[in-house]
Design a protein around this ligand. Sequence first.
Ligand SMILES: [Fe+2]
Ligand SMILES: [Fe+2]
Length: 270
Amino acid sequence: MTINQQDLATLQSTSNTINNDSIEKKSVGENVSQTVNNSAETDIIEEELSEKELPEEDSVDITHLRTPIKVDLSPVYNFLGARTTQAWVDAAIENLPIIIQDHANCEKKAAGTAMNLIFRYEFSYDLQRKLAQLIREEMLHYEQVLGIMNERGQEWKYLSAGRYAKGMLKHKRTYEPAAMVDVLIIGAFIEARSCERFAALAEVIDDERLAKYYRYLLKSESRHFEDYLALAQSLSDENIDERVAFFKEVEAELISSPDAELRFHSGTPA
Ligand SMILES: [Fe+2]
Ligand SMILES: [Fe+2]
């Protein structure tokens, strides 16, 4: 969910030389390979995650949100190479204001990153449509988190970006369409990790309203993960499995290794 502004600037500069004609244009739905395991046996999603579906309620005030539906997180857990450690969960609960502040940053950056992709890869209708919806949802989440901060009397504080997104983006290939495919795969990992962490926090957080809000986020964030992954495959000439496996290792290492800074996507507390 987080790609910081510096990373964005780097991405932008490396992609200025892209000739869109060199990227094979594919029609909507063509070769979209769903790599997420969503077998009927494990699928306990009570409500179909349809891309046509818009949030039934888009209230900025989290008290007016519908009861969160139960979302099957097994595709998220299978996709990720490591689960969040108890030490991170404990530190997050101890330092909730930092986590809430960084969550606000993450929502804003998620929208900014997607907007950047929309401007850069205009040839793909599928990408435009999916990311336009994603931006709308991330900005709503941003407003909701701002509301939570306001209610808690929590002032906005500057927080530097953690190592997480940078740690993946430094492995991004520098030529197209590989660069675009890598950014989309990284987006899938960031969304999947966000989902996993919201679920972990919701289980233990001592604030039922906030826990409910984190459960409410699971539906959209798990769809964002699947959308990024499907886009990466549909816009790639090659099978992306090897690249996904590579980033799976990188991401798991960033989450499992000691990290001096506590952030929403930080590693295990050093
Ligand atoms: Fe979000
Ligand atoms: Fe998201």
